[in-house]
Design a protein around this ligand. Structure first.
Ligand SMILES: [Mn+2]
Length: 314
């Protein structure tokens, strides 16, 4: 009965992802949509309000940046971090995905399958955030090749599968807050936000407020103040003053985000107030390395530079 018994190694998940048929995939999407819709209040040590997860600074966290259809990188992260073994033993470990699972790689449906299956297997140990490639219907990312890859995999029923997975996207998390330590967002700082509620309910305030758009799409820039329009066509470019303001509002030290490819798999901005992670390699990006973060949340960090020792490059 318990499917977890048959899923021991990351490679088992990859095999299942390659073989999955439309019915099984749809069932998984349905299960996780219902699971995410029900997540609220206290779950383990996590507190859920709207689409924001707050967690005390205890236990281990594995933070994974953009995957973009790269099944091989996802497997490296799962193997290297020992996440499945640790969560099977119910150790205090949480894998937090920063979003952008599909598009641009060859295996978008397969990557969605693996991350959703991880959530099904280890619900208290997995947090799935929303990237701009899982955005609301009025903010579609381009190029968006997920529909084509669903077509390749599922043929005639692909458009139905696509409709259902887009519904699921609305339940993914906008942010994670580790008390007095970190805020995790896919892209950047919601520059108009003045309260935690602006993050927690960004999805409900969209598109009247720009919080969700900026969380999903924005990028930090050096040597500027305030915000400027982004060349991406959505979100803003934001300066260090904007980052500092949000960190103060949330009483945390560092913003951990994904969204931007970077040669080494990670980079630091705004004098150590921001750590960027990009957890996939290969075309169409130029980065030589992917990287993820594996840290003990209780360790007190004041600056992203101190986090580098916990960054795993691959
Ligand atoms: Mn992105």
């Amino acid at each position: 009965m318990n499917v977890a018994i048959n899923v021991k190694e990351p490679s088992d998940l990859i095999d299942m992802a390659k073989k999955v048929d439309a019915n099984e995939f749809l069932q998984l999407v349905e299960n996780i949509t219902q699971l995410l819709a029900k997540e609220s209040g206290q779950i383990g040590s996590m507190q859920i309000a709207g689409r924001l997860v707050s967690t005390p600074p205890v236990g281990e966290a594995i933070v994974v940046g953009d995957i973009h259809g790269d099944l091989e990188s996802l497997m490296i992260v799962l193997k290297d971090s020992d996440f499945m073994k640790k969560s099977r033993k119910d150790e205090d470990v949480t894998m937090i995905f920063l979003g952008d699972y599909g598009d641009r790689g060859l295996y978008s449906p397969e990557v969605y399958y693996v991350i959703l299956k991880l959530k099904e297997l280890f619900p208290k140990h997995v947090v799935l955030m929303r990237g701009n490639h899982e955005g609301p219907d009025d903010l579609l990312a381009h190029p968006h090749d997920l529909p084509a890859h669903l077509q390749r995999k599922f043929g005639d029923v692909a458009s139905h599968v696509y409709t259902r997975i887009r519904e699921l996207f609305n339940y993914l998390y906008s942010g994670v807050l580790v008390d007095e330590r970190y805020v995790l967002l896919h892209g950047g700082v919601p520059s108009q936000a003045s309260t935690i509620e602006d993050l927690a309910f960004a999805h409900e305030k969209h598109p009247r407020e720009t919080h969700l758009e900026e969380i999903l799409w924005s990028d930090p820039r050096e040597g500027m103040r305030g915000t400027y329009p982004s060349p991406r066509g959505a979100g803003r470019l934001f300066g260090e003053d904007i980052t500092e303001k949000l960190l103060k509002i949330l009483n945390v030290k560092v913003l951990i985000r994904g969204h931007e490819p970077t040669g080494e798999g990670f980079k630091i901005n705004h004098g150590g107030k921001i750590l960027t992670l990009f957890s996939r390699r290969g075309p169409p990006y130029y980065n030589e390395f992917g990287a993820y973060l594996h840290l003990n949340l209780s360790e007190k960090m004041e600056n992203a530079k101190q986090l580098i020792q916990h960054v795993h490059k691959f």
